[in-house]
Design a protein around this ligand. Structure first.
Ligand SMILES: Nc1ncnc2c1ncn2[C@@H]1O[C@H](COP(=O)(O)OP(=O)(O)OP(=O)(O)O)[C@@H](O)[C@H]1O
Length: 803
C-alpha cells in the first residue's frame, strides 16, 4: 500500500516537472529576454491606453481579424494595433486598471528565467487573479458613475457587471462590507503574520519601544509594588554613597519584570546590604545577559544546492513556541539577604570568617561566592555542605570549592521559586541564531543567565542521565527542537530509538522530512529491540560507506566532503552524494543494554569511536546511570555528558566522574560536562503541545517521498551456508537468481523490491543463492559479488541444483 502511494506521488511529481529543454541555460536566457520584452511591451500598451484609448475606441470595436488584416486601419496606441487590442481587452473588457497586476505576474515569470525567485509561481498567479477580481469590483463600485461618460472603465466590464449584480443583490452597504471582508480575507491568507499585526495594531500600546536591533519578546505589566521597593532601595543606596564614596553601587541589580533580548553585554552591578545583624556587605552581582532576538535567516547555498529538492521548505517560526516566563517571579532582596545571613552565621558557628560575599542570581539557583579569611582551610567549608543546607532549609545546595579561575568558593542555593526558561527565548537569542555551529543545540541558561549552546558535531556524542521525572525528556526535546529550527531536511536526519514507545513518537509525523529508517520498515521510530540491533548495524554499514566515499574524495571529514560535493568537484555518477548529518537518539538506553547487552553495545561503541568525522552523532539517555549500563567502553567514547538530578552520589560519579548531580533540584536543573568544564545550566523548557505545533508545521510542508533509507544490514546468520538445504529452497529462488544474474547485482533490497517481499525472506533467498554459488559472501556495505556471469551458465547451474 505504502509503496503504491509512493509511486503514485513520484508519478505525480514527474508529471509536473518542467520539460528538459527548459533547464537548458540557453533556452532559459532566450525565454528570459522574451518575457522581459513582452512585459515592457504590454506595460507600454497599458500606459498608452490611458492617453490614446479614446481616439482608438471606434477602431477597436471592429472584429480582431479585420483589425489586424486591414493595414488602412491605424491606431494611436504607441504599441500599435496589437497593443491597443490587448489593453482594451484587459482594461476595458476585463479588469480595468487592476489589469496592471498582470504585469507583476509577467515580471515574476521573467525573473524565473533569470533564476531569480521572488515568489512561488502558483501563488503569484492565484494572488494576481484574486487581486484583479477584487480591485475591479472596488473600482466599479466607487467610480462607475463618475466615469460613465469616459471611454475608460476603471473596473472593466468584469467589475461593472459584478458590482451591479452585487448592488442589486445586497445593496450598496452590503457590497461595501463584502469588498472590505474579501480584502481582509485576501490579506490574511496572503501574509503569514497579518493576524498578529492586525491584533497588535488593535491591542494596547506596547510598554517599551524597540530599536532596530532589539525586539521585546514579552511585555509583562510592571508590578508597582516592585517599583516602589526598588525606589526605596535606591534612596538607601544613594545615602550610603554619600557616606562612603568608594563604594561602587548599582541600583538595577534586580531583575526587572520584562525580558528584553539584548546583545550579551555582562553588566556587573553591586549593592550594599543594609542589615543590622552583620556588617559584612553582600554584593549582588546580576549578570544581565539578555539576548538580542534576531530574525531567523537562512542563506541559500551556492553551486549545487542540496536544499533544492525542498526549496520551498520554510524553517519553523518562533510563534510556534510559547513563552513560559510569564509565570516567573524574581528573587527578592529579602531572600538574598536572609540567605546571606544564614550562610555567614553557619560558617561563623564553625569559626570560619569570610571577608567578602557576592551573589549572582541565576534562573534556578543563586550563586553566593565567598572569600574566606586568610588561613581558612577550603576542605573545612566543603565539609559544611549539609550544615549550610540544614540552616537554609533548602535542598540542592552545592558547594564549589574553589571556583576554578575565580579565587572564591561558591555556594549554590536554589531560589525559592525557580524560573522557567522558555525554549522560545533561547531559540530567539542572538547567540543561538548567529551560531556558526554545524549542529547547534541550545540547552538553556547558565547561572549567569547566559544562553548555553553547544555544537553536537564537536561533542561528538552525548550521554544524558537523570532519575525519572527530572527533565530528561524535555532535555531531549530541547535538543531536537533546536536542531529542527536550524537545519534543512536535506542537511539532517534523525534516527530515533525509543523502547518506551511514547517519548519520541511525537516526531513520527516528520518522518519524510527529518527521519531515517531501515528499508521496508513501516515505522521510522524504532521501538523493537531486534530492529534496534539491525538499525545500529545498518548505521555501521552507512559509516563504512561514508568512510569509503571520503577516502575516494580525499576529504578528511564530512564538512570537507560536502564542500567538495556542493562545488561540484565530486561526480554523483561515481557514487558520491550529499551527506546529511545523522543524529541517533536513544532513549532508555538502560532497557536496551539489559535486553540486548553486547549486541547493542558493540555497534554503539563502534559508531561512537569512528563516526565523528562522517557526521553520525549519538545521544543516549538513561534513567539508570549505573556502571553495568554505562560501561567503561561507553564512557570512554562519550566525553560530553549531561546529568539531570540523579538519586545518589554514586550515580553522579558514574555519569560525571564527580559528585554534584545528586544535589540538583530537578525540573530541568542540570550539569553539563564537556571536556574539563562542568557547567550548571537550567534546561530550556519546551512542552509537548509546542513540539506538536512544530512538527505539524513541518509536516504540512512538501516532503521527500520517503524517510532517508539506511543501508540494508544482513545479519550474519549463525546458519552456515553449507548447512542450507537447497531442496527446501524458496519458491522465488529461481526468479531471484535470474534477477540477480540479469542485473549482475547481488542485493537483498533489490530482491525485496522486485518481489515485494519482507526483509527476512529476501535475506533467506540471498543465503540460498550464496549456497548455490550464484552470489558471493556478505561483504558489509558492498553488494555481494555475482559469481555467475550469464544466463546460459545460470540455467545450467539451476538445472544441476534442481535435480
Ligand atoms: N526545563 C524544565 N523547566 C521546567 N520544568 C521542567 C523542565 N524539565 C522538566 N520539567 C518538569 O518536570 C516534568 C518531568 O519532566 P520529564 O518528562 O522531562 O522527565 P523525565 O526525566 O523524562 O522522566 P521519565 O524518565 O520518567 O520520562 C515535566 O512535566 C515538567 O513539568
Amino acid at each position: 500500500m505504502a509503496k503504491k502511494k509512493t509511486t503514485n506521488k513520484t508519478k505525480a511529481k514527474k508529471r509536473f516537472s518542467a520539460p528538459k529543454f527548459l533547464n537548458d541555460e540557453r533556452t532559459k536566457f532566450l525565454f528570459g529576454i522574451t518575457f522581459s520584452l513582452l512585459t515592457i511591451y504590454i506595460g507600454l500598451a497599458f500606459v498608452s491606453f490611458f492617453f490614446t484609448g479614446g481616439a482608438d475606441q471606434s477602431k477597436l470595436d471592429i472584429k480582431w481579424l479585420e483589425l489586424i488584416t486591414d493595414s488602412k486601419v491605424r491606431v494611436e496606441n504607441w504599441t500599435g494595433k496589437t497593443g491597443a487590442y490587448i489593453s482594451n481587452l484587459f482594461i476595458n473588457k476585463g479588469f480595468g486598471i487592476a489589469s496592471f497586476s498582470f504585469l507583476y505576474l509577467l515580471v515574476v515569470v521573467s525573473l524565473r528565467f533569470w533564476s531569480v525567485k521572488i515568489q512561488s509561481l502558483r501563488k503569484t498567479i492565484l494572488y494576481t487573479l484574486l487581486f484583479s477580481i477584487w480591485f475591479s469590483v472596488l473600482m466599479s463600485f466607487f467610480f462607475v458613475k463618475s466615469t460613465s461618460h469616459s471611454f475608460l472603465f476603471l473596473g472593466g466590464v468584469h467589475g461593472f457587471f459584478i458590482s451591479e449584480w452585487l448592488i442589486s443583490l445586497i445593496g450598496n452597504v452590503g457590497t461595501l462590507f463584502l469588498i472590505v471582508l474579501s480584502l481582509l480575507t485576501l490579506i490574511t491568507f496572503a501574509f503569514q503574520n497579518s493576524v498578529t499585526v492586525i491584533k497588535k495594531f488593535f491591542s494596547k500600546k506596547p510598554k517599551t519601544t524597540s530599536t532596530d536591533n532589539e525586539e521585546i519578546i514579552e511585555n509583562k505589566p510592571v508590578d508597582n509594588s516592585a517599583e516602589e521597593e526598588i525606589d526605596s532601595f535606591n534612596t538607601i543606596i544613594e545615602e550610603q554613597v554619600l557616606e562612603n564614596p568608594e563604594l561602587i553601587l548599582g541600583t538595577e541589580g534586580y531583575p526587572t519584570n520584562e525580558i528584553i533580548l539584548n546583545e550579551e553585554v555582562p553588566v556587573v552591578e553591586e549593592a550594599k546590604s543594609d542589615t543590622d545583624t552583620d556588617d559584612l556587605e553582600l554584593k549582588i552581582e546580576t549578570v544581565k545577559i539578555s539576548e538580542e532576538s534576531v530574525s531567523i535567516k537562512h542563506t541559500p547555498m551556492e553551486d549545487f544546492d542540496p536544499t533544492l529538492d525542498l526549496s520551498n521548505y520554510k524553517y519553523p517560526t518562533l510563534d510556534l513556541l510559547e513563552d513560559h516566563h510569564l509565570h516567573n517571579s524574581e528573587v527578592s532582596k529579602e531572600e538574598l539577604e536572609s540567605n546571606k545571613i544564614k550562610i555567614v552565621d553557619t560558617l561563623r558557628n564553625y569559626k570560619i570568617e569570610i571577608t567578602q560575599i557576592k551573589a549572582t542570581i541565576g534562573p534556578t539557583v543563586t550563586l553566593y561566592e565567598i572569600v574566606p579569611a586568610p588561613g581558612v582551610r577550603i576542605s573545612k567549608i566543603k565539609n559544611l555542605e549539609d550544615d549550610i543546607a540544614l540552616s537554609l532549609a533548602a535542598l540542592g545546595i552545592r558547594i564549589i570549592a574553589p571556583i576554578p579561575g575565580r579565587g572564591t568558593i561558591g555556594i549554590e542555593v536554589p531560589n525559592r521559586t525557580p524560573e522557567i526558561v522558555s525554549m522560545k527565548n533561547i531559540i530567539a537569542s542572538k547567540k543561538f541564531q548567529e551560531s556558526k555551529y554545524a549542529l547547534p543545540v541550545a540547552m538553556g541558561k547558565t547561572i549567569s543567565n547566559e544562553t548555553y549552546t553547544l555544537d553536537l558535531a564537536k561533542m561528538p556524542h552525548l550521554l544524558v542521565a537523570g532519575a525519572t521525572g527530572q527533565g530528561k525528556s524535555v532535555g531531549l526535546n530541547a535538543i531536537i527542537t533546536s536542531l529542527l529550527y536550524k537545519k534543512h531536511p536535506s542537511q539532517l536526519k534523525f534516527v530515533l530509538i525509543d523502547p518506551k514507545k511514547v517519548e519520541l513518537n511525537i516526531y513520527s509525523t516528520i518522518e519524510k522530512h527529518f527521519l531515517a529508517k531501515l528499508p521496508e520498515e513501516e515505522e521510522a521510530i524504532i521501538t523493537d529491540i531486534h530492529k534496534v540491533i539491525a538499525t545500529l548495524n545498518s548505521l555501521c554499514v552507512e559509516m563504512d560507506a561514508r568512510y569509503d566515499l571520503l577516502k575516494k574524495a580525499h576529504a578528511r571529514n564530512i564538512i570537507e566532503y560536502n564542500k567538495k560535493f556542493v562545488t561540484r568537484k565530486l561526480n554523483p555518477e561515481n557514487g558520491h552524494r550529499y551527506l546529511p548529518y545523522i543524529v541517533v537518539i536513544i532513549d532508555e538506553f538502560a532497557d536496551l543494554i539489559m535486553t540486548a547487552g553486547k549486541e547493542v553495545e558493540t555497534p554503539i561503541a563502534r559508531i561512537a569511536q569512528l563516526a565523528r568525522a562522517i557526521g553520525i552523532h549519538m545521544i543516549i539517555a538513561t534513567q539508570r546511570p549505573s556502571t553495568n549500563i554505562i560501561t567503561g567502553v561507553i564512557k570512554a567514547n562519550f566525553p560530553a555528558r549531561i546529568a539531570f538530578k540523579v538519586a545518589s552520589m554514586i550515580d553522579s560519579r558514574t555519569i560525571l566522574d564527580s559528585p554534584g548531580a545528586n544535589q540538583l533540584i530537578g525540573r530541568g536543573d542540570m550539569l553539563i560536562s564537556v571536556g574539563s568544564d562542568l557547567v550548571r545550566v537550567q534546561c530550556a523548557f519546551v512542552d509537548t503541545p509546542e513540539v506538536e505545533m512544530l512538527t505539524e508545521y513541518i509536516q504540512k510542508q512538501q516532503a521527500y517521498p520517503t524517510a532517508l533509507m539506511l543501508p540494508e544490514f544482513v545479519a550474519e546468520t549463525s546458519e552456515n551456508t553449507a548447512d542450507i538445504d537447497l531442496q527446501k529452497r524458496d519458491a522465488l529462488f529461481e526468479e531471484a537468481a535470474r534477477l540477480v544474474v540479469g542485473s549482475q547485482q547481488g542485493s537483498t533490497s533489490a530482491i525485496q523490491r522486485r518481489f515485494s517481499i519482507g526483509y527476512n525472506r529476501a535475506g533467506r533467498i540471498v543465503d540460498q543463492l550464496e549456497a548455490a554459488g550464484i552470489v558471493g559472501p556478505f561483504e558489509g556495505s558492498k553488494a555481494r559479488q555475482v559469481l555467475v556471469q550469464d544466463e546460459y551458465s545460470l540455467e545450467k547451474l539451476l538445472s544441476d541444483v534442481l535435480q
